[in-house]
Design a protein around this ligand. Structure first.
Ligand SMILES: Nc1nc2[nH]cc(C(=O)O)c2c(=O)[nH]1
Ligand code: SF4
Ligand SMILES: [Mg+2]
Length: 209
């Protein structure tokens, strides 16, 4: 048995499931989602019950992951970067050949095992992002919960990325698409760099996990 499995640490897990990446540049990619409990923020429109989790042992997580067929794993939450023993789990997943993507709010460093970073900075906490956040990512996705234009400009200078997305905010099944499109237009009309694109949570539109 691998030495790390002998200690077999436990992680707070909300759910592990297989679906298609619903948003961002990799929309449609078959993926295994590992959703961690706990978060260092508390967004009022959060769509995940990240406080409802069960402890799950490393070996159990690996067994569950192996029962699915996707080769891409999306580490999400809650906020996965606050997990103290995440590096051990990522090492094990990496050793099995998985491509590792993360969905993070970007306030904490991302472990080096991660192959693809999708960061979703939260405008409500702009002061925290002004102090310290990650400096680069593969894609930035900002949720348009109110007027986020200044925040988008702030994040453009702080986080270098290949893609910048604005996403509608979904509350009670409604997405604020018009407000999102309007802000997208304002962000892009000055023809500044970067160009902002629309990212929709398509999994919610079609009712998949
Ligand atoms: N299909 C699907 N795609 C997703 N992309 C990011 C998700 C998340 O909750 O982090 C998510 C999710 O919950 N479902
Ligand atoms: S950072 Fe993400 S998981 Fe945490 S409260 Fe905000 S939306 Fe929810
Ligand atoms: Mg989600």
């Amino acid at each position: 048995m691998r030495s790390e499995l002998i200690s077999n640490p436990r992680y707070p897990i909300v759910e592990i499931f297989e679906s298609l990446q619903g948003e961002g540049a990799n929309t449609g990619m078959p993926s295994i989602f590992i959703r961690f409990g706990k978060c260092n923020l508390a967004c009022p429109w959060c769509d995940t019950d990240y406080q409802r989790f069960e402890p799950m042992a490393l070996a159990e997580i690996l067994e569950k992951v192996r029962s699915f067929s996707a080769k891409n794993i999306i580490i999400t939450g809650g906020e996965p970067t606050i997990q103290p023993k995440i590096v051990l789990l990522l090492d094990c997943l990496k050793a099995e050949g998985y491509f590792l993507a993360i969905e993070t709010n970007g306030l904490k460093p991302v472990p080096p095992q991660i192959d693809y970073i999708a960061v979703s900075p939260k405008a409500l906490y702009s002061r925290q992002y002004g102090r310290r956040c990650i400096g680069s990512a593969d894609e930035v996705r900002i949720v348009a919960d109110g007027d986020v234009i200044e925040f988008c400009r702030q994040i453009e200078t702080k986080i270098k990325a290949r893609h910048y997305y604005l996403s509608p905010c979904e509350k009670g099944g409604e997405m604020n698409l018009l407000e999102t499109l309007t802000q997208l237009g304002i962000l892009n009309q000055a023809r500044q760099q970067p160009h902002w694109q629309l990212s929709i949570q398509t999994h919610k539109l079609i009712g998949i996990a």
